[in-house]
Design a protein around this ligand. Structure first.
Ligand SMILES: Nc1ncnc2c1ncn2[C@@H]1O[C@H](COP(=O)(O)OP(=O)(O)OP(=O)(O)O)[C@@H](O)[C@H]1O
Length: 573
């Protein structure tokens, strides 16, 4: 909570100004009953019309001052709350960007989205309400009690008796509310997750006729959200009657004793009216409090969820041993030195004792059954994850000793799943190097064998790519992803099964074009035909290297490789 609200600090002066205006409004509110009492006793009862008019005008003037203070307060409150939420959202986004994949995996995407949208909005609303009306409620209660004592200490005592009970009761309800609303926010996460999965897989849902099933799944999470929200909001149902009961009892006592005092002539009628007025204000403020508690409890739950993100340190940077920098022996050279790796939280190693070397400008094909650990191997090079044992050397330097940004700058990566962004085709190719000249873009797209297809689009390179590239074929998306990686001109180019959607001819042209590349290449593939063209092949099985060498060597030494080659030869034949 403290961590989250520290983002108010830059706006403390506007917040303080808003609070001062709110205090002015409150002051006017509290003075009004005093003036009313005066008008009743000295004006109405004494039949002094001039006095009524005079003090009536004062009342009106004060009301106008309160109105002005309210309007200006609203302006500054909303400025503070909006600026706070803008900064907080950016801070959360930046922190998420710095997450390692291991940390990222701890949160669902839907939950992160909810935290950055819904949770920030909850806290922003409460900040606005705090500056505008929230603090008014307790201050109005305290102010009313003080003023009641000023008017008539004996009668004011009856108002004080109930206040502590109400206060403790409200604190108890806030604690309950935080638990309940924490649960509600988790339900919102789940709802978003189901929605996100459904929308992402909408084609699959239609193809498998899973519409009805998906509707039931959505209905289930939506109804759980409804039930928990109703449960949380039910707190209100308990708060209001208890509040009203205690306050009405105090009011009755005031009236009963007040009547007695009027009869004995010890108290003027105006005092009773003023005290009743303060009692009503206290009841109103407590009711407002009850309403605010709901928002506060919800915001507290949200703030805790955001603090969870803000408290996570950047794990990758922490383990960097930057002082040892002094690399660049061989352009693009890569060495795996007895590398083992287990995913964070996992107990079985995904890679065990993997060793190999790829010389500058060489092409290594990585083969293996699905789940063998090929993608994992690639992801260790740019340090998406840290190795559990052993070392990975890029250009003779342990990746842990590289500056992370520099390391990633020398690596071009094409993931298994081609991901495109909303924008033009040119924007997508330039994504990794926004300053690249059009000539460089063209060179990359020609090499990736996508230039001709782009030219065929009516708007060429300005063609808008739909969300996730919906308006492009799988092969087009793969080639655009390759062009994007080529444009970066990394020293090491990693292609994770990135040509699976290409036809034989296009793939051959692509490899021919890529053979001119200066970069060292790591190509994950299932095809012997692709592997054959590599300088060396690394065959892994269940995370272990089972064969390493050229195509011819492996045919001689590895029965598994030979089996795969034979099976594919049969298919090709
Ligand atoms: N993020 C992750 N967290 C935990 N385990 C993972 C993660 N990603 C992959 N694994 C596990 O690691 C193993 C290797 O996965 P990897 O994706 O590296 O295989 P692969 O050889 O690339 O498979 P494929 O050819 O099917 O893409 C698998 O058993 C998989 O379940």
């Amino acid at each position: 909570m403290k961590e989250v609200f520290s983002y108010v600090k830059p706006y403390k002066w506007t917040a303080i100004f808003a609070l001062c205006l709110m205090l002015l409004e409150l002051f006017v509110e509290l003075v009004q009953p005093l003036i009313m009492a005066k008008i009743i006793d000295e004006g109405v009862r004494a039949q002094n019309q001039g006095m009524v008019l005079q003090w009536g005008a004062v009342l009106l003037g004060l009301s106008f001052v309160a109105f002005l203070a309210g309007v200006i307060n609203s302006y500054f409150s909303s400025h503070t709350a909006q600026s706070f939420s803008y900064d907080l959202r950016n801070a959360l986004f930046d922190r998420i960007q710095s997450f390692t994949l291991a940390t990222y995996q701890k949160f669902s995407t839907a939950s992160l989205i909810t935290r950055l949208t819904n949770d920030v909005t909850q806290v922003q609303t409460v900040l606005f309400m705090s500056l505008r009306i929230m603090l008014r409620a307790p201050l109005a209660v305290i102010g009313s009690i003080i003023m009641a004592f000023v008017v008539n200490p004996k009668l004011a005592l009856f108002l004080v008796i109930g206040a502590p009970i109400i206060f403790i009761f409200l604190l108890f309800m806030v604690a309950k509310g935080v638990t309940y609303f924490g649960r509600v926010q988790k339900r919102v996460d789940r709802l978003n997750r189901v929605l996100q999965e459904n929308l992402q897989a909408i084609r699959l849902v239609k193809a498998y006729l899973r519409g009805a099933y998906e509707a039931t799944r959505f209905d289930e999470v939506a109804s759980r959200l409804k039930v928990d929200t109703v449960k949380a909001l039910r707190i209100m149902e308990y708060i209001m009657p208890v509040l009203l009961f205690i306050m009405n009892m105090s009011l009755l006592a005031v009236l009963w004793f007040g009547t007695k005092q009027i009869a004995t002539g010890t108290t003027p009628l105006g005092d009773i009216v003023a005290i009743v007025n303060y009692a009503m204000r206290m009841t109103g403020s407590f009711s407002m409090f009850a309403f605010i508690i709901i928002f506060y409890a919800r915001a507290k739950a949200s703030a805790e969820r955001m603090a969870e993100i803000l408290s996570i340190e950047n794990e990758v940077e922490d383990t960097s041993l930057l002082e040892e920098v002094g690399h660049a022996t061989q352009y693009g050279e890569l060495t795996f030195d007895h590398v083992s790796f287990t995913y964070p939280g996992g107990d079985v190693p995904v890679l065990s004792d993997v060793s190999f070397q790829v010389k500058s400008g060489e092409k290594l094909a990585i083969m293996g059954a699905t789940g063998a650990g090929k993608s994992t191997l690639l992801q260790l090079i740019p340090r998406f994850y840290e190795v559990t044992q052993g070392r990975i050397l890029v250009e003779g330097q342990d990746v842990q000793h590289w500056d992370l940004q520099e390391l990633r700058e020398v690596i071009g990566y094409v993931p298994q799943q081609s991901l495109l962004f909303t924008g033009s085709i040119a924007d997508n190719v330039r994504w990794g190097d926004t300053q690249a000249e059009m000539d460089a873009v063209l060179q990359a797209t020609m090499q990736a064998q996508i230039h001709a297809s782009v030219e065929d689009f009516p708007n060429g390179y300005d063609t808008k790519v739909g969300q996730k590239g919906v308006n492009l074929s799988g092969g087009q998306k793969q080639r655009l992803s390759i062009a994007r990686a080529l444009l970066r001109q990394g020293h090491i180019l990693m292609l994770d099964d990135s040509t699976s959607a290409l036809d034989v001819k296009t793939e051959q042209s692509l490899w021919a074009a890529l053979s001119e590349e200066k970069a060292t290449m790591l190509v994950v593939t299932q095809k012997i035909r692709t592997a054959k063209g590599a300088d060396r092949i690394l065959l892994i099985d269940a995370g272990k290297v089972v064969a390493y060498g050229t195509h011819e060597e492996l045919l001689e030494t590895s029965s598994l490789y030979k089996k795969i080659a034979i099976s594919q030869q049969e298919v090709e034949d």
